[in-house]
Structure formats: structure tokens, C-alpha cells
Design a protein around this ligand. Structure first.
Ligand code: C2E
Ligand code: MG
Ligand code: MG
Length: 557
């Protein structure tokens, strides 16, 4: 029996008329609408898979809708039709014949193509709605929900009175730019996708993970899952090369908020989260922080410091303390580091309390120039008094990077007091970003050409140390105290690392000093390692200017 064209035409009409009444393809009525036509065309199953992009098809991470299913189908002989949308999404339609039936002939295949086209037209309508939804609620790159969705869902949960069951967190992938550099953009995007997907899979449908932007995300999950979430976000190995089993370790900075029952808006959750993550990331430099009363107190103190800074600078409440640097061959004073102390209402505030606050608001730049100016003023006075003077190093925050006039401004201060450049050293720390790196390079080279030396502060605690010392003309490497084994500590690893750091500096012909030297054992280790410059409490704490001047007088004698 041949193909009955008339029967087909009637079935197609019926299908189209029925479909006009259905709002979209993903509808229980679609099956009935398609029934006659599928019978005529001997179709057993019609389904569509939807993927955000091609990569997701490989990962089988998409959505599937079955429009029609009747009897057993022969998937081996299915016709597959793929269509890309303008947004780069992939729709994959699969039409399967009934099992045991003869092959479709040419004319049937032709009609199936027509059926597909009609299907696409209908689906176009459905998809428009999906696209609108996606543009509004979904992040385009990772295909996951975005902030708009987060706000909408959180507000919904609040209105249902369920919010106190939830905790929220905001997280940021640590050193994602470095991962990018190391394994390439495409692979690192996959790593990011996988890291998030695995996270989503750990949670239930009532919990959500949304993307804020770039490598910043926010999640809403049950309080009972807190430990699991924290464990995952602390660090998880993600395989990016299945064949060779290569992995990267993905870690995050996270801010958490245990949402109270009286929470009345999604906006307040977001606000608390951003305060908590900022605390973790920029202030404490820790993996995570919780939004709580203690943190709020810290913020109040921060605001107070910010508000009082200009006044404090004017009243010269900041004092320069000088911590001597000692030559271990002669035990002579050979230099000093200028460290800041804030005298506020008769109390001394340590830099750890106010520098992070000032860095956040960029006010640190004012303080650093103030310090440099006071150091130059002191040196000028010592020179005028005929004292022997040593090189003084001044700390510059990395917040300055990006200031195009930085070198000019430094020189202006030094030259204003006619301080010979050899007496000034600038201490800088490593930066994590490419842009920061370029600025640092310009600055370090510029200072060197002016005869002002530079040192890498806290060497070894940052991330890009090796490139940093290879590519920039530093004069001094300051090895951080965390590399020094303690008194009773016979930490072999630390000793080995320490020796290698010193050797590395020497091989690169960079002077090397160790900070935080507190005991004789450490001095012994320094000498054994061929490092003869030290700074630390064993010799002196940071000294007020009058005390330091006495030290200078001693060397003059
Ligand atoms: P840093 O530049 O690495 O300074 C060394 C810190 O180690 C100082 O802490 C110093 O007092 C401390 N220290 C020195 N010897 C020892 C020791 O033997 N044992 C121990 N446990 N600690 C020792 P301080 O003065 O509290 O300063 C902390 C940090 O604040 C500095 O670390 C620096 O990063 C920053 N800082 C201080 N003054 C300024 C400033 O004027 N501008 C900027 N941008 N940062 C500053
Ligand atoms: Mg320093
Ligand atoms: Mg240091």
C-alpha cells in the first residue's frame, strides 16, 4: 500500500488547526494534536533537546521535551534535525519510526521534513517566550540563573514565610585569572561551568545558585546544608582533561549569611552578603566570613576611621616608627623600615586595624604619601644635623597601582626635601592581576632609573612570585616571617623552602632580607643560608623617632 497523500493532507490540516489553539508545544495536548499525522507518517516518537550551546550538548547538559510518544520506537533509524538559534542555542529534534515497520520512503521523508518545518514554526513561538525568560532570568554565558532570578525567588520565599530555613552565600573564585592563564580560557570556562554545575547538583530544587557576573555567584540553600556547602566552596578539584586526568583546584572567597526570620527583602540579603564577602576577601584575606554582629561592629569602626582620617592627618596623629635592619656580619644598623602608628586619644592603633579600611576606600594613598613625606623630612633633618643616615624603606599599598602620576609624585616629595635618592627604598607587595603587574613593572623600572631602590615585601606569600622577580628589576627581596621556622619548631619543610628562597634571590643577584626574626635559632638559620640581613623583634621593635635617632647617633660615633 502506497502513501495516501489525501489522508496525509487532512492529518496535517488537523494538526495545524489543533496546534493554533495550544499556547506552546510543551503542552499535554500536543500529543493529541499530532496523533493522526504521526499515524500517517508512521512516527512513534517526536522529541526535542535544548542546549544553551554546543559544549553543553557534549556534556548532555540541557533540557528535553517529548511531544509525542506512541508504541515502541526504533531509535536506530531516527531522523535527527539540528537547528541553531541566533543566540547560539541548539535545538535538536529527533523523530523516530515505529519499531518493526518498513523504512520510510522518499515521499514520506519529504513529508516528515514538512512536518518538522511546521513544528519549528510553532516552536518559534514557544522559544520566543523561553528566550525572553532566559534574557531576563538567565545568565547568557553559563546558562544558569542570574541575579534577577535570585531576587525574585528570594522575595517569593520571604513572602511564603520560609526564609528562616535558608542561609545565603556569595562567592568569588580565587585567582580565576591565574587559572585562565594556566589552562586557557576555554578550558577554564569549562572548569567554572563544571564547578558550578556540581554545586547545583548537590542542592535540591528548592535551593539555587545564580551568577552575579564573571566569577561571582550567589546561592540560597537550606541551613542544614551549610557544612556541605562550606566544604565544597573551600576547595574542590575539577578535572579539565578527562584523558590525562588533569585537575585544577578551585577555591573561593565566600561571605555567608544565616538569614533570620525577620528578613524582609532580598535586597537586604544581598547587602549582608556583599559586606561579608568583602570582609573575607579584602580585609581578612580569608576563605570566608559570616555576616554577624561582630562584623557589623568592625564596619562601624571602619566607617569611623574613614571619617576621621583627614582630620587625623591634619593633626599629625600618625607617627613614623622606624624598625632597624641589621647586618648579621657586623651587627650594625644598616637600614630601617618606616611603619605607621596612629595615636588616637592617647591610644596607639596598629596598622592592622586601619590599613585594610583605608585600602578599601583608597584613602591609603593619602597616608602613604604622608608617611613618605615625614620620612623625607626626618632624613633631611638628620643630614642637616650631620648624622650618619641609613636607607629607609617606605611601604606603598598596591592600591596606588593604576595611578599614572605615581612615580612623578614620589619623586616630587623626595626632591622637595632634597633627599639623595639612595636613602629611599620603596616596599611593594605582589599583585594578582595582569594590569597590576604592568603598572608595577613601570613603577619599579622607573624608580630604578632614578636611583631609588625597590623591595618585594612579604615575598612568598603571594601568588605570582616567580614571574614577579624574573621580570622586574628589584633591588631587595624581603622574605616573609611565615617562612621562618619557630623556636621549638623543627619544621624541616620550612627550612628547606627558606634556604631555597634565599638561594633563589642570590642567584638572581637580588639582595635578600628576612623580616620577623625573633630568636637566635633563626639567626643561625639565616647565617647558614648565607643571608646576612635581618629585621625583627630580636634586635628591635619599630622605634619612635627619638629612639631611632639614638641608634643613628651610635653609628655616627
Ligand atoms: P610589613 O610591611 O610586612 O611590616 C612588617 C611587620 O612585621 C610590621 O608590622 C612589624 O612591626 C612586624 N614585625 C617586625 N618584626 C617582627 C617580629 O620579629 N615578629 C613579628 N611577629 N612581627 C614583626 P606592623 O607595623 O603592625 O605593620 C603591619 C603591616 O601594615 C605592614 O607589614 C605593612 O604591610 C602595613 N603598613 C605599615 N605601615 C604602613 C604604611 O605606612 N603604608 C602602608 N601602605 N602599609 C603600611
Ligand atoms: Mg613592609
Ligand atoms: Mg613584610
Amino acid at each position: 500500500m502506497g502513501f495516501d497523500v489525501k489522508e496525509y493532507a487532512q492529518a496535517l490540516d488537523k494538526f495545524i488547526i489543533h496546534m493554533e489553539k495550544i499556547p506552546d508545544l510543551i503542552n499535554p495536548e500536543t500529543q493529541a494534536a499530532m496523533d493522526s499525522l504521526c499515524q500517517v507518517l508512521r512516527i512513534s516518537r517526536v522529541e526535542a533537546d535544548f542546549y544553551e550551546n554546543l559544549g553543553y550538548e557534549e556534556e548532555k547538559w540541557g533540557g528535553r521535551a517529548v511531544f509525542y510518544h506512541n508504541g515502541e520506537c526504533d531509535t536506530e533509524r531516527s531522523i535527527v534535525y539540528k537547528e541553531w538559534t541566533e543566540e547560539g542555542n541548539l535545538m535538536k529534534y529527533t523523530i523516530s519510526p515505529m519499531k518493526g515497520e518498513a523504512e520510510w520512503d522518499g515521499i514520506e521523508r519529504e513529508k516528515i521534513q514538512v512536518f518538522l518545518k511546521v513544528l519549528l514554526t510553532f516552536n518559534g513561538r514557544t522559544r520566543m517566550q523561553q528566550v525572553v525568560e532566559r534574557l531576563t532570568f538567565r545568565d547568557q554565558e553559563l546558562g544558569m540563573y542570574n541575579m534577577t532570578w535570585f531576587m525574585k525567588s528570594a522575595n517569593q520565599i520571604i513572602s511564603e514565610g520560609e526564609i528562616s530555613k535558608y542561609a545565603a552565600c556569595q562567592f568569588n573564585i580565587r585567582h580565576f585569572s591565574v587559572v585562565n592563564q594556566e589552562i586557557g580560557r576555554e578550558r577554564s570556562s569549562r572548569v567554572l561551568g563544571k564547578f558550578i554545575r556540581q554545586f547545583q547538583e548537590m542542592l535540591s530544587r528548592k535551593e539555587l545558585v545564580c551568577r552575579i557576573s564573571g566569577d561571582n555567584f550567589v546561592a540560597l540553600f537550606f541551613k542544614s546544608n551549610l557544612n556541605m556547602v562550606m566544604e565544597y566552596l573551600k576547595g574542590t578539584g575539577i578535572v579539565y582533561d578527562e584523558k590525562e586526568g588533569k585537575r585544577v583546584w578551585v577555591t573561593t572567597h565566600a561571605g555567608y549569611y544565616m538569614i533570620p526570620a525577620n528578613c524582609d527583602s532580598a535586597a537586604s540579603i544581598v547587602e549582608c552578603l556583599s559586606i561579608a564577602i568583602n570582609m573575607a576577601r579584602n580585609v581578612r584575606k580569608s576563605e570566608y566570613a559570616f555576616f554577624d554582629a561582630e562584623l557589623m561592629q568592625g564596619i562601624r569602626v571602619g566607617k569611623m576611621i574613614e571619617a576621621n582620617l583627614p582630620e587625623a592627618l591634619r593633626k599629625e596623629e600618625f607617627h613614623v616608627y622606624y624598625q632597624p635592619k641589621i647586618d648579621l656580619k657586623s651587627y650594625h644598623l644598616v637600614g630601617a623600615e618606616a611603619l605607621c602608628r596612629w595615636f588616637q586619644n592617647g591610644k596607639v592603633v596598629a596598622p592592622g586595624e586601619f590599613i585594610p579600611v583605608l585600602e578599601k576606600s583608597r584613602l591609603i594613598c593619602m597616608l602613604d604619601f604622608y608617611m613618605l613625606e615625614h620620612v623625607c623630612r626626618d632624613i633631611r633633618r638628620w643630614l642637616d644635623e650631620g648624622k650618619e643616615v641609613v636607607t629607609v624603606s617606605v611601604n606603598l599599598s598596591r592600591v596606588h597601582m593604576g595611578d599614572m602620576d605615581l612615580l612623578k609624585n614620589i619623586l616630587a616629595i623626595v626632591d622637595k626635601y632634597q633627599v639623595p635618592h639612595k636613602y629611599i627604598e620603596i616596599e611593594l607587595t605582589e599583585t594578582g592581576t595582569d594590569v597590576g603587574f604592568e603598572h608595577l613593572k613601570t613603577l619599579v623600572s622607573g624608580l630604578r632609573s632614578q636611583g631609588i631602590s625597590t623591595s618585594v615585601d612579604d615575598f612568598g606569600t603571594g601568588y605570582s612570585s616567580m614571574n614577579l622577580i624574573r621580570e622586574l628589576p628589584w633591588n631587595v627581596l624581603k622574605i616573609d616571617k611565615s617562612f621562618l621556622p619557630g623556636k621549638s619548631d623543627d619544621d624541616r619543610q620550612k627550612r628547606v623552602m627558606f634556604r631555597h628562597l634565599v638561594a633563589l634571590a642570590q642567584d638572581m643577584e637580588i639582595e635578600c632580607i628576612v623580616e620577623g626574626v625573633e630568636n637566635v635559632e633563626q639567626i643561625k638559620l639565616l647565617k647558614e643560608s648565607n643571608c646576612y640581613l635581618a629585621q625583627g623583634f630580636y634586635f628591635d621593635r619599630p622605634l619612635a623617632v627619638t629612639e631611632f635617632e639614638q641608634k643613628l647617633s651610635e653609628i655616627s660615633r
